[in-house]
Design a protein. Sequence first.
Length: 220
Amino acid sequence: MISVVIADDQTMVRQSFRAVLDAQHDIRVVGEAADGNAAVALCTELEPDVVLMDVRMPDLDGLEATRRIVAGLPEVRVLILTTFDIDEYVFGGLRAGASGFLLKDSPLDDLVTAVRVVSAGNALFAPTITRRLIGEFTRTHAPAHAGRSLVADLTARETEVLRLVARGLSNAEIAEALVIAEQTAKSHVSRVFAKLGVRDRAQAVMVAYEAGLVVPGNTP
């Protein structure tokens, strides 16, 4: 059973998400929070598998709440709720340790899929959406490149794997692109994560952008 906390200051949003999630056989909403401080406290108490985190909330915004939750409970996966046209916090969400993003106007079926995939330890549950979010954000708010020192320990093949991860490719797609077995691609990805000290694909994407390995908007 996947336990979920919903953090959003809009009661109707929380109720809508809860109704959809509680109707699933493998998902249970264990708590709701209307602000960032309440979200942090609730997660500390309940240790859910997944948190649906709105960015704009009173008292403590979703990014700082995400940062505190991830720092104290590294096993908890945070899914940022964002309205693409107005939020400017996508890259900040990655920096805070979020595992993925969900557009608030996405179909509710996407919500269910996102919770399941993120709870399984996967990030960037919808690569096309995430590429769009990150690409648009970085076009207007490009991060300062920290230089290749961030990826200095990677081999040439591992660097290429990181580029493909940052472009939203799955392990199977990476295997196809590099003409290798899927298990080999999975091993490469695991080694890249270990060398970078990241826990999932979302954080790996952040490193790839900061190191300048990927140019926003220049994705297949």
